[in-house]
Design a protein around this ligand. Structure first.
Ligand SMILES: Cc1cc2nc3c(=O)[nH]c(=O)nc-3n(C[C@H](O)[C@H](O)[C@H](O)COP(=O)(O)OP(=O)(O)OC[C@H]3O[C@@H](n4cnc5c(N)ncnc54)[C@H](O)[C@@H]3O)c2cc1C
Ligand code: SF4
Length: 568
């Protein structure tokens, strides 16, 4: 079957806040300049927002710049933050509240809103479509296309209708080639194509190691008497402190008597017995939290990885034919636990650079091409260099904000939670990043696990089915779905490593770090088997990050598969 090719000026991979802000800004620029510009956005979820998961507290800085009239346009920012509490949980029963004046030096949410990222993305997609952007949800960019000179010339969408062995079935549809002058990658944290581009163009040659956390979130409908719209609560300490693991928990009172709560667990954790999912279940039992949930009902569940390497782990942002945006590049402010406004800003800056490039390209005569492979559609030797994106980022508030926050995560890694917090309070809270040093941690998260004989086993109580639950009951609420008969999208480089190396050394930690119960070690016909229940995957990317031998690669499943979040 013939493969179709579609041509655009700009193709954007990912309809998250970064990709959609880039798309809107490109069209706004084109309208202002009275020029025609074709922009297409690809989104792997069946609909925009269905794979979006965030806290989320939105700092509206970038939104104010992109759509100053967002209120009149009906943006879903309806719950301003009214109260901001920070607690340190000393044990399973005790806690202390940080004095407001201290807490506000690090976490301050005045002027921010409690939102659902899924709803914000759907609204941004509407604005983009009104501006003339073409959005294709249910289409995964599965491969990067390169021209004969090695520049990115677009992406190929995934084939539809392959069987488990990758053979075409009846109704097979080959993917489409989307070629463009410029391709912007906005896949979010640990983007599958972003990872390949970083490797191919050696974009991380001069930066530090990227670090990650896994964020697991639940949405609850609670007793209206206990609901305080606009109230924000952050917790540190127990239960993660038992295993000296970094991270913290959040609980935000949104609209409709709902609270969003979750636990963020740093993926440089050392104890292979740790289960981030079960740590969240334990946290909900703390006397500070449990009474709020009593009589309530859990209505949604999901998980997603978060970058935390900071500015020093941001790779080079441009390569021939394209740019990295948002969390694909690692623009996350970890101490604030906020990456939506920085993702949006990076998208807007990228759009401005691409608009200028297209403008200068239009003014420049195209170099006549010899016949040959470079003359394929999308090959464009007159393509401008996009390195000015790096400068634009450097001169923006996005850079200044991440610069101030740069030492917080590495300080926790180096000095531990207590001393690291003290250091961060001084450097970030008081001096706003002015200490004349930049800390780094170059040990990747997959290399931190202790072997079983050096780790203290952690056991978790059985879920009560009221406040705490098991993984399967939770995944059910993520509405995740993958067509059964398709190639497994969790690829093992060496299928023997899980049982031969990971099991004896770490009791195969994938069984515990995966928040969806995808990986299991089971007895089948008298044999020990490593089972992959790929249909449960919620696309958090944790296995791609934390597997101790880097043996697991997450590749996109058939488009439209994955969780189906309604408003996470
Ligand atoms: C638990 C948790 C709590 C958080 N809390 C906050 C908070 O309170 N405030 C805040 O500002 N930030 C918060 N963040 C961080 C914030 O959500 C991210 O920084 C932000 O979502 C990054 O935006 P992005 O556009 O770069 O990526 P994403 O939002 O991840 O969007 C990427 C999009 O690309 C799509 N995609 C990926 N690969 C492909 C492909 N190959 N083809 C097609 N589509 C693809 C994905 O499906 C997704 O829709 C939180 C994150 C988590 C996990
Ligand atoms: S299989 Fe990997 S990407 Fe999927 S839910 Fe589990 S850890 Fe996350």
């Amino acid at each position: 079957m013939e493969r179709e090719t579609l041509e655009y000026d700009v193709v954007i991979v990912g309809a998250g806040p970064a990709g959609l802000s880039a798309a809107c800004r490109l069209k706004q620029n084109a309208l202002r300049q009275g020029r025609e510009l074709s922009v297409c956005v690809l989104e792997k979820a069946a609909e925009v927002g269905a794979h979006s998961l965030s806290g989320a507290l939105l700092q509206p800085t970038a939104l104010n710049e992109l759509f100053p009239d967002w209120r009149e346009r009906g943006a879903p920012l309806r719950v301003p933050v009214t109260r901001d509490d920070v607690h340190y949980l000393l044990s399973e029963r005790r806690s202390v509240r940080f004095p407001g004046v201290l807490a506000s030096r690090v976490i301050h949410n005045d002027g921010n809103y409690i939102i659902s990222l899924g709803l914000l993305c759907r609204w941004l997609a509407e604005q983009a479509q009104d501006l003339g952007v073409e959005i294709y949800a249910g289409f995964t960019a599965s491969e990067v296309l390169y021209d004969a000179d090695g520049a990115v010339r677009g992406v190929r969408t995934g084939d539809m209708g392959l069987d488990r062995e990758s053979n075409p079935k009846a109704g097979f549809q080959p993917g489409v080639d989307l070629v463009a002058s410029y391709t912007l990658f906005a896949e979010g944290c640990r983007g599958h194509l972003g990872k390949q581009l970083i490797q191919r163009f050696d974009l991380d040659r001069d930066c530090g190691t990227q670090h990650y956390a896994i964020g697991i979130k639940e949405v609850w409908e609670i007793d209206p008497a206990r609901h305080e719209p606009g109230k924000v609560l952050h917790c540190f300490g127990w239960p993660l402190s038992r295993s000296s693991t970094g991270g913290g928990a959040f609980l935000y009172h949104g609209e409709h008597n709902q609270v969003s709560l979750g636990l963020i667990t740093d993926l440089n954790y050392r104890n292979p017995w740790l289960s981030p999912f079960d740590e969240l279940q334990q946290w909900k039992l703390h006397p500070l939290i449990k009474p709020m949930l009593a009589g309530g009902k859990r209505i949604a569940y999901g998980a997603r990885a978060i970058n935390k390497g900071g500015l020093q782990a941001v790779p080079k942002l441009s390569f021939p034919g394209g740019l990295l945006l948002g969390c694909d590049a690692g623009f996350m402010n970890y101490p604030k636990i906020k990456g939506n406004h920085t993702a949006m800003k990076s998208g807007m800056l990228a759009a401005d650079v691409v608009a200028d490039a297209l403008h200068s390209e239009a003014a420049r005569p195209a170099i006549p091409l010899p016949a040959g492979p470079s003359s394929q559609p999308g090959s464009n030797p007159a393509r401008a260099d996009l390195t000015s994106y790096q400068t634009a980022v450097r001169q923006s508030w996005l850079y200044r904000e991440l610069y101030q926050a740069r030492n917080v995560a590495p300080a926790m890694h180096r000095f531990g939670m207590l001393l690291g917090s003290l250091f961060s309070f001084v450097d970030y809270g008081l001096l706003r990043g002015r200490l004349p040093l930049t800390l780094r941690d170059d040990q990747p998260d997959h290399a931190t696990l202790l072997p079983l004989d050096r780790a203290t086993p952690i056991t978790y109580p059985k879920p009560d089915g009221v406040i705490t639950f098991d993984k399967l009951a939770s995944v059910y609420l993520a509405n995740t779905h993958h067509r059964e008969d398709q190639p497994c999208h969790l690829q093992l480089r060496d299928p023997d490593l899980p049982l031969q190396y990971n099991l004896p050394r770490f009791q195969e930690p994938a069984q515990r770090y995966c928040p969806a119960g995808v990986y299991e070690v089971v007895e089948e016909g008298g044999k020990t088997v490593f089972r992959i229940n790929a249909q449960n995957c919620v696309h958090c990317k944790t296995c791609d990050i934390k597997d101790p031998t880097q043996n697991i690669t997450w590749v996109p499943p058939e488009a439209g598969g994955g969780p189906n979040y309604s408003a996470m």
